[in-house]
Design a protein around this ligand. Structure first.
Ligand SMILES: Cc1ncc(COP(=O)(O)O)c(C=O)c1O
Ligand SMILES: N[C@@H](CCOP(=O)(O)O)C(=O)O
Length: 430
C-alpha cells in the first residue's frame, strides 16, 4: 500500500516509510491511497474465523507488499494473545471490553502491532530509531510495555505532569531499559505539539531517526480497526443495526472504526462520546472546527483539545459535512454525568466500568432515545482499576487489583521534568 500525506505537500510513500517516519515531511498525517472493501464471503464466514484470521484479512492490504503474508500472520497472532469479550448490559446496550491486554487499555493492540512491525523492519539491527510518544494516560504505558527491549528502538514518552492517574504514571515511568519518561509541565496538547515539532527540527532529524507511536503512526492507528470486527462477529447473529459509541480523545479509535466500515463492515452509525473536551461535538453543531486548550476531567485520557485524527475522519468522508453527519453523532458529558453513569451501571447491571467507558455508555443511552431499535456497543477502553480513586469513590466498594496492575504498584517512578521544547531537544541530543 502506498500512503499520501493529508497536507498533500509530501511525496507518496510506502508502508515501511510511513511507519519509520511517523509523520510526513510536510507535517501531515499519512493516509492509505486506496481502500478496497473485503469480499462478501469474508463477512458471510466471519463466525468461522479466529481473531488473528480476521485481523490478518482486515489489515493485509495496508501492509503489503513490505510485510509478507507469512510474517503478517506471525505478527497478528503474537499481537492478539488476549481476549476481547462482549458483555451485554441490556437488549440494546453491550460493551466490548478492550482492557484484557498487558497494560489494560485498548492501546495495547496498536502498540504491540507497531513494535513488531518496527522490529521486523529493523531485523538486521542497522537502523536505530527513537520513538517519541505523547500520552494523556494510556498510550504511554502501552507503548512502554509493547516496545520494552525491542532492539534498536529507544522510546521517549512525554506526559502531562499531574494529569494522568497514579497507575498510568507507574506504567509509563517504571520500566527502565530502552524506555524513558519526560514529565511535562503542561497539558496533553503541549506534549503532542512538542512531538510534532521535533519531527520538523532538522537539527534533530539529521542526527537521529525519529518516529511516533501515537495514532499519528499508521501502524499504531490501523490495528484499532480489529475491535469493530471482533464485536460484529460476536453480535451479528443476534442484532442488526449495530452502532458503536466510542469514548474519544485523539479520535484514532473511532477513525479506525470508520476504516473498518469502509472495508465493508456493516456498522450503522458512530457516536463520538466526549467529556468536556468537546471540539468535535461543537463542530457537528456549527460546522466550525475550533480546537481549544484541553480541560482536565476524570476521564483524563480523553483530555485532548485538538484531536490529531479528525483530519483523517474528514478525508474518509471526502470533507463532506453532510455525509459525516449522517455517520457520526457526538455528545459531550460532564464529570458529574460520568460519575452518575458509573453508579448506574454498578447498581443496575452490577457492572464496574471505568470513567471513559462510562462516557461511552452515556453516548449509547442518548442515541437510543431517538433510535430505539439499534444495538449500541460502547467500547470499554480501559480497566476500572486504572482509575481506582474515582471508581472506588463512586461505587463505594473496593475493587480487586488484577496482576497487570499489581505488578507495577510498588515500582519506583523515574521521570525527567521538562517545561519547554528546548528542554526536550537537549534531552534527545544528550
Ligand atoms: C481509556 C481511553 N479511552 C479513550 C481514549 C480516547 O481514544 P482516542 O484517542 O483514540 O480517541 C483513550 C486515549 O486515547 C483512552 O486511553
Ligand atoms: N488518549 C491517549 C492520547 C494519545 O492518543 P493516541 O491514540 O494518538 O496515541 C493516551 O492515553 O495517551
Amino acid at each position: 500500500m502506498k500512503y499520501y500525506s493529508l497536507n498533500k505537500k509530501a511525496p507518496i510513500t510506502t508502508f515501511e516509510n510511513a511507519v519509520v517516519k511517523g509523520l510526513a515531511p510536510d507535517k501531515g498525517l499519512y493516509f492509505p491511497e486506496k481502500i478496497t472493501p473485503l469480499p462478501q464471503s469474508f463477512f458471510d464466514n466471519i463466525d468461522n474465523f479466529s481473531h488473528a484470521e480476521i485481523a490478518f484479512e482486515a489489515i493485509k492490504q495496508f501492509v503489503s507488499p513490505e510485510i509478507s503474508e507469512a510474517e503478517l500472520k506471525r505478527i497478528v497472532e503474537d499481537t492478539l494473545s488476549f481476549d476481547f469479550p462482549i458483555e451485554k448490559l441490556t437488549e440494546h446496550i453491550s460493551t466490548l471490553e478492550l482492557f484484557h491486554g498487558p497494560t489494560m487499555a485498548f492501546k495495547d493492540v496498536g502498540a504491540r502491532f507497531m513494535a513488531r512491525c518496527l522490529g521486523y523492519f529493523n531485523k538486521d539491527n542497522t537502523n536505530e530509531v527513537t520513538v517519541l510518544v505523547a500520552t494523556s494516560g494510556d498510550t504511554g504505558g502501552a507503548v512502554a510495555n509493547g516496545f520494552l527491549g525491542v532492539k534498536g528502538v529507544n522510546v521517549v514518552i512525554l506526559y502531562p505532569s499531574g494529569k494522568v492517574s497514579d497507575i498510568q504514571e507507574k506504567q509509563l515511568t517504571t520500566l527502565g531499559k530502552n524506555i524513558r519518561a519526560l514529565e511535562v509541565n503542561g497539558v496533553f496538547d503541549d506534549c503532542q505539539d512538542m512531538v510534532k515539532r521535533a519531527f520538523l527540527d532538522e537539527e534533530l532529524t539529521s542526527k537521529m531517526q525519529l518516529t511516533s507511536a501515537n495514532s499519528i503512526n499508521v501502524a499504531r492507528w490501523l490495528p484499532q480497526m480489529f475491535y469493530f470486527f471482533f464485536a460484529y462477529k460476536q453480535l451479528h447473529n443476534s442484532h442488526k443495526d449495530i452502532v458503536f459509541s466510542v469514548p474519544s480523545g485523539n479520535f484514532g479509535n473511532i477513525c479506525a472504526g470508520m476504516m473498518a466500515q469502509q472495508l465493508g463492515l456493516p456498522i450503522k452509525h458512530f457516536i463520538a462520546a466526549n467529556n468536556a473536551n468537546n471540539v468535535v461535538t461543537e463542530f457537528l453543531k456549527t460546522e466550525n472546527y475550533q480546537p481549544k486548550p484541553s480541560v482536565q476531567t476524570i476521564s483524563n485520557a480523553m483530555d485532548v483539545g485538538n484531536p490529531s485524527n479528525f483530519i483523517r475522519i474528514q478525508e474518509i468522508y471526502n470533507q463532506d459535512f453532510n455525509v459525516l453527519k449522517n455517520n457520526l453523532t457526538s455528545y459531550s458529558y460532564t464529570d458529574e454525568d460520568t460519575c452518575k453513569a458509573l453508579k448506574e451501571m454498578y447498581n443496575d447491571y452490577n457492572y464496574v466500568a471505568d470513567p471513559h467507558g462510562a462516557v461511552g455508555y452515556l453516548g449509547c443511552k442518548d442515541y437510543l432515545k431517538t433510535n430505539p431499535n439499534a444495538h449500541c456497543v460502547f467500547l470499554e477502553t480501559a480497566h476500572p482499576t486504572k482509575f481506582l480513586d474515582v471508581v472506588e469513590d463512586v461505587i463505594k466498594e473496593n475493587i480487586e487489583l488484577p496482576p497487570q496492575i499489581l505488578s507495577v504498584m510498588d515500582k519506583k517512578k523515574k521521570a525527567t521534568k521538562i517545561s519547554s521544547y528546548e528542554e526536550l531537544k537537549s534531552f534527545l541530543l544528550k
